[in-house]
Design a protein around this ligand. Sequence first.
Ligand SMILES: [Fe+2]
Length: 303
Amino acid sequence: MSNQTIEALRGHPIVTGFHDEPTGSIQYVVADPGTKRCAIIDPVLDFDPKSGATATRSADALLAHIEREGYELEWILETHPHADHFSAAGYLHDKTGVPTAIGEKVVDVQQLWKGLYNLPDKFRTDGSQWDRLFADGERFRIGDLDVEVMFTPGHTLASIAYRIGDAAFIHDTLFMPDSGSARADFPGGSAHALWRSIQRIMVLPDETRLFTGHDYRPDRRAAAWESTVARQRAENPHLVETPSEEAFVRMREARDRELPMPKLILHSLQVNIRGGRLPEPEPNGRRYLKIPLDALDGAAWGE
Ligand SMILES: [Fe+2]
C-alpha cells in the first residue's frame, strides 16, 4: 500500500447527503465517528422565486439530523459562492454560533459582483462575512479528522474542495459519472482552470469517496452524490471522451454556450457574497433583492 493510500485511510468520516430537489444541490453533514464532531457543507436556504418567500426548512433539517445523531457541530463550510441557491451559512452561524468558512479567493468574487450589483462602498469585499478564509493546502480538524483544503477553481474563481480522510467534497467540478462536469462560464469561471482542478482530484487514491455538489437526476433516476476516483475515471464521459485539456475545454465551452443562465444566479449571488445573508432591510423593514439588467450574456429567449 502506498503512503498516499495509508494517509487516505487514516480517516473514514460518516457522510450524510441531503438532496435539495428544487435546485439539485447536495448539502452534507460530515462527522468524525470517534468524537462525534461534525461539519455542515454547503447548506441551502430555501427560496421560492415566484413568491419571494424564504424559509429555513432545509437548514433546520440538517440541525435536526445533527441532534438526532448526537453530533456536535464544529464548522459550517462552503465550497464556493453558489449561483443557483441561497446559502444558509449565515442563518446557521447566527443560530449556532459555529464558525463559517470558505476559500480565500471569495474576496475576488465579492469584488466582481459588487461591481455588477453596484453595491454601496460600505459593502466589504474582504471576506469578513465568514469567520475563516482557507488557502490552498491549509489544514484544520473536524474532531480528530484531518481536513485538507484543495483550491479547485474553474466553476468559480474561488472554489475549494475539502479532503477529509478517504472522502473529498468536490462541489461543482465533476458530477456523478453519468452527468459529466460543472459549467465554467459564470463571471470568473474558466474551463481551463476546471480541467486542472479535475486533474488534481483524479490523482487522489482510486478508492477516495467523491461527494459532488449537485445531482440533476438524469432520466429521473434516484438522486445520487457519491462516486469514487476510479469510477469517475472509468465512466465519466467528460474524462473518457475528452482526455486532454484542449479537448475538454473545447467540449465544455461549446456546451456552456448552449446553457441558459441558472434561474437564480442574479438572486443568489447578492446573498451568497454576503456569506448567505439576505440584503439589509430598507427603512420599512422589508428586504429586497436587486436584479441588474443586461449585465450577463446568456439570454435564452423562449426557454
Ligand atoms: Fe455552484
